[in-house]
Design a binder for this molecule. Structure first.
Ligand code: ZN
Length: 563
């Protein structure tokens, strides 16, 4: 079945409500655990259907944000989102009250019951209207960023389309393209400020309504984190400052040598004098190379990628009206994932492809998990699959990058490492924002600048006023739309680096660990999945230190002058 053949319809909320009312009575009156297990499967089917159609409506909108029909369908699913949440919330509440919890746990493990407990703490029918408002504000952000028409060199670009100029080998083009980008942000600055200010205040209000002190704990619960909290995360951030920031500083020094520059500015985001590595080939050719690569990597990935190609489950190339960014979504009714990205001719095209393919491969590998909740793990675990896939495919990068391969690898490692302090900065910032919900937009920008000096001490924006006054985070979608979803990338990256080092000495066994991790899906929480994959837990003292040592060791063998 191709994507276009998948059935789509609008779920009828009143019908589902009736189903739910009956279901609740039957579940409550069930005489034994078997009856409850069968009823649970019925509720699962309903949820699978809902998630599939919702995900199709959202994807079609992302494919063309100007398509009137797609807008209507997306709006419909947005409008019923809190109603559906209410339905599943009442189902979860009943499961949580089950006298047969022990038997349910024996059948499916404790993860789903724990995740229900946490989910229940994130919703109450009385906050439904506030949730509707939150979705609307998030959509405003999407509309705003996707609507960007930025004039540059006599042509108009959207934000993704402008991207390649930021890594042009000509410093003037790099700088002027950033000037164009930030001019657009400046022009829309009030709008960006207002959306975020409203979101922060709204989320604080939701948290208070639900009985929290502020949004932070609710934010963690929304992320489904059951086995760690802000304390562990704060300790992890400290380790980034201690071990990673100094190495990043050293690498920046090295970069000056490579580029032959006395001073590094923010817009010197390239890594090599003649520009960054670029993939060699048309999008169609690159997909062909990826298909061969996945066949050689393993039987499982070969099968998986064939399906993605044959069933039209990828939309990869940037075009007008397409929502920026890359993501992977899924249609649980059909056991299929989908990859969305915006190829624009940079090396990022390949990392996005392998990254999203990692997500998609995990979701596909977990399809035999018995519960919907187990198809995806929580995000810090999900990003392990994607970021590790970026590394597992290293032996095939030559096919994409040809003479640029070594440069790509160097950039990949340096970029992934340098990302850790940025990710920690975004996370620290959000903790501050939600601890201080009454802060003004100006105070938020000042705080961002201050945090930058700890996490990103080497950054110099030259005379680019917008980022200089602390506004750069407004281009970071997660901060608006997915609060506290960011440290996940850094936790996962720390795990992916471990897979990377291990795969260099023992590819076969490391790959087996990875497959086991993918098949487990979301059946375990983060700390347990890390254990299952035979990796060290990032929170544990010494873990990041060892990762950094391994990277230093690898860097020693690289002669930057020959890159
Ligand atoms: Zn990802």
């Amino acid at each position: 079945m191709k994507y276009s053949d998948m059935h789509y319809e609008r779920i009828d909320v009143s019908k589902k409500r009736k189903f739910c009312d009956n279901w609740l009575i039957n579940f409550k009156n069930a005489k034994n655990s078997n009856d409850q297990i069968n009823l649970l499967k019925e509720a699962e089917d309903l949820n699978r259907e809902y998630q599939t159609y919702e995900s199709i409506s959202s994807l079609n909108f992302s494919k063309n944000i100007n398509d009137v029909n797609a807008i209507k369908e997306k709006e419909y699913y947005d409008s019923i989102s809190s109603d559906m949440q209410e339905i599943f919330n009442s189902i979860d509440r009943e499961i949580n009250n089950s006298p047969f919890k022990k038997e349910l746990q024996e059948k499916w493990g404790s993860t789903f019951l724990k995740s229900i407990e946490v989910d229940l703490k994130t919703f109450d029918p009385k906050i439904k209207n506030l949730l509707d408002e939150e979705i609307k504000l998030c959509n405003q952000y999407t509309q705003l960023t996707a609507s960007a028409k930025i004039k540059f060199n006599d042509a108009n670009y959207n934000l993704a389309g402008l991207g390649p100029f930021h890594s042009n080998s000509d410093r003037n083009i790099r700088k002027s393209s950033y000037e164009a980008r930030f001019k657009w942000f400046e022009e829309n600055s009030d709008h960006f400020d207002t959306i975020y200010d409203q979101l922060v205040k709204l989320r604080h209000k939701i948290a208070i309504e639900l009985g929290y002190k502020n949004f932070i704990e609710l934010g963690y619960n929304r992320m489904g984190r059951t086995d760690y909290g802000p304390k562990e995360v704060s300790n992890f951030r400290k380790q980034i400052v201690k071990y990673v920031v100094p190495l990043v500083k050293e690498l920046e020094k090295k970069k000056k040598e490579i580029l032959g520059l006395d001073k590094l500015y923010f817009y010197d985001g390239i890594n090599f004098k003649n520009g960054d590595p670029t993939p060699k080939g048309t999008p169609e050719e690159l997909v062909k190379i990826a298909q061969e690569m996945y066949h050689e990597l393993s039987k499982e990935t070969g099968e998986f990628f064939d399906i993605m190609v044959k069933e039209d489950l990828m939309d990869l190339v940037n075009r007008d009206g397409k929502r920026p960014g890359g993501f992977c979504t899924s249609f649980p009714k059909y056991d299929r994932p989908y990859i969305f990205s915006n190829f624009n001719g940079t090396d990022h095209d390949i990392t996005v492809l392998t990254h999203e393919a990692g997500h998609a491969f995990q979701n596909y590998s977990s399809r035999k998990q018995p519960l919907l909740k187990y198809l995806w793990p929580t995000m810090e675990s999900a990003e392990i699959h994607s970021m590790s896939m970026e590394f597992f495919t290293w032996p095939w990068m030559n096919g994409f990058f040809k003479e640029d391969t070594e440069r790509f690898k160097y950039k990949h490692i340096v970029g992934s490492l340098s990302f850790l302090p940025y990710g920690a900065c975004v996370d620290h910032f959000q903790h501050w924002v939600y601890e201080n919900p009454r802060a003004t937009p100006k105070e938020r920008k000042d705080k961002w600048s201050l945090l930058e000096s700890t996490y990103l001490p080497g950054r110099d924006y030259d005379n680019l006023e917008y980022p200089k006054s602390g506004g750069i985070w407004q281009g970071q979608l997660h901060i608006y739309q997915m609060p506290f979803y960011y440290i996940d990338y850094t936790l996962a990256q720390t795990c992916a680096f471990q897979f990377w080092s291990k795969s260099q000495t023992n590819q076969d066994n490391t790959w087996k660990d990875y497959i086991r991790l993918c098949e487990a899906g979301g059946s375990l929480p983060f700390t347990k999945l890390v254990e299952l994959a035979k990796l060290n837990l990032p929170f544990k003292d010494g873990c990041l230190e060892e990762v950094v040592e391994n990277i230093k060791e690898w860097l020693k063998d690289i002669d930057v002058k020959n890159l």
